[in-house]
Design a protein around this ligand. Structure first.
Ligand code: PRP
Length: 204
């Protein structure tokens, strides 16, 4: 049995479609169900849908053999897992955003609202900038608008949320997309895993 952790939300549909292209029959995954553990039609593959930020944990701990999750989430989680395939979908950028003059006008300590505490610390750390990181869990663009932070570090996909709130990309931290991240032990020991990963590569 191969267990796959899939990120709930924006990557879920494309992840499922890709696995179908690889020959898996995933009828149960397309039903409207509250079940947390689902199977492919053959019963050889087991799927868990979890919060994106939990995917690296499931994979690192080996309860999932691999997961599909955004590069942004992998960077933030910083787990000992093998990032193996860039799936190209879910493309977005992790950026420092704010008002045009936010970086210039901030005092000695830059207040940064973000879901990505680790990435933010690293990004400004190597640039020698002292930051006050304000951890948020969503609607991050609100922070500079309402004066909670000077800037934010967040993902930008279409740019519509920034635009609607009068904000701009000030700096790009990195480009992101969906990745396949694999448990290191599973890769060596799980029968059929390498073959499935090869099929995924072919179907990207
Ligand atoms: C993400 C991100 C931005 C938005 C960017 O939020 O945090 O707010 O999408 O997308 P856009 O550039 O296409 O507008 P998400 O929708 O995941 O919800 P959240 O606010 O709860 O984090």
């Amino acid at each position: 049995m191969i267990t796959v952790a899939l990120a709930k939300g924006r990557l879920a549909t494309q992840s499922t479609e890709l696995l179908e292209k690889c020959g898996l029959k995933l009828d149960e995954l397309k039903t409207d169900t509250r079940k947390l553990v689902l199977f492919d039609n053959s019963g050889k593959y087991r799927f868990v849908f979890v919060k994106p930020s939990d995917v690296p944990t499931y994979v690192e701990r080996g309860v999932a053999d691999f997961g599909v999750v955004g590069k942004d989430t992998l960077l933030e989680a910083d787990k000992d897992i093998y990032e193996m395939i860039d799936l190209k979908f879910g493309a977005c950028r992790l950026c420092v955003c704010g008002y045009e003059s936010s970086l210039k006008n901030a005092g000695g300590i830059l207040r940064v609202g973000t879901k990505y505490e680790h990435v933010t610390k690293e990004y400004f750390g190597v640039r020698g900038k002292t930051v006050d990181i304000i951890k948020l869990n969503g609607s991050v663009e609100l922070a500079p608008v309402i004066g909670l932070s000077d800037v934010i570090v967040d993902i930008v996909e279409s740019g519509k949320t920034l635009e609607a709130n009068g904000l701009k990309v000030l700096e790009e931290v990195c480009k992101c997309s969906a990745r396949v991240a694999v448990n290191r032990v599973s890769l060596k020991t799980k029968k059929g895993l390498a073959e499935l990963l090869e099929k995924i590569k072919e179907n990207v």
